[in-house]
Design a protein around this ligand. Sequence first.
Ligand SMILES: N[C@@H](CCC(=O)N[C@@H](CSC=O)C(=O)NCC(=O)O)C(=O)O
Length: 299
Amino acid sequence: MNVVKELSVCGGRLVKLSHNSTSTKTCMNVNVYLPKQYYAQDSSRSRPIPTVVYLSGLTCTPDNASEKAFWQFQADKYGFAMVFPDTSPRGDQVANDPEDSWDFGQGAGFYLNATQDPYAQHYQMYDYVHKELPQTLDAHFNKNAAAKLDFLDNVAITGHSMGGYGAICGYLKGYAERRYKSCSAFAPIVNPSNVPWGQKAFKGYLGDERAQWQAYDPCALIKNVKRVGDDKVLIHVGDEDPFLEKHLRPELLLEAAKSTSWENYVQVKKVHGFDHSYYFVSTFVPEHAEFHAKNLGLI
Ligand SMILES: N[C@@H](CCC(=O)N[C@@H](CSC=O)C(=O)NCC(=O)O)C(=O)O
């Protein structure tokens, strides 16, 4: 990994990195926030600093959330690091949307492993985010010392819109091996198989056979994952979100959870007067941060 830029924010440092990804076969950018605890000479700390992975939405780079969600204040409050991956492979060699829209192709990888040409070659974002990137970050940040940062085990996941979809999908697909300690989402796409954004992405990346879509659809996954303990999924969505009725439809996840071990453990908080923007996301980041801090054993 190469450090492209490093800057101070709150009590820690935002590190902007790039690396050649074996999953996407492109150069990928990622932002990592190291909290103030990382720099404290605290010999009493018994275990590595845990991590919250934040998956961004359509059109985003790692900078949107690291500039506008204000996770850094919460990371310092509780003592967790933040990882802000990109939303797709990028480059002239990377296939894009033939219609040149912003809801498919570069900036809209949907955090899945594409099987259809021409996207299969580079759009391997599921393996990138959930397998390759944590290993790469661990090797980079922990190579010269006892692991001060935990990118592999004590990790939570969250995200916004397409990224909220990616967080819930990755959480449920990795649930059996407890890949993530907790999951939350801001205005997520919960049933991509049945909304336009998801249908366009699944058709383009996975093909026309809808049976192939089920492996990545939270409303299908939740019926086949047995919940344990007090695990729950925290979701916020604004009642003035312009995408609420057409693309997000959080009620479909509540419906899918009925008669499963997740019934009453998917908490959808519809908040009055909020839209889809980072003004909405940043307002509720503190609640999500506390939720993850509890699940990461920080409070
Ligand atoms: N460019 C679009 C706006 C698209 C948009 O609102 N993108 C959201 C995520 S939508 C689902 O994933 C976003 O996070 N935008 C980046 C930001 O910094 O706000 C349009 O013109 O409508």
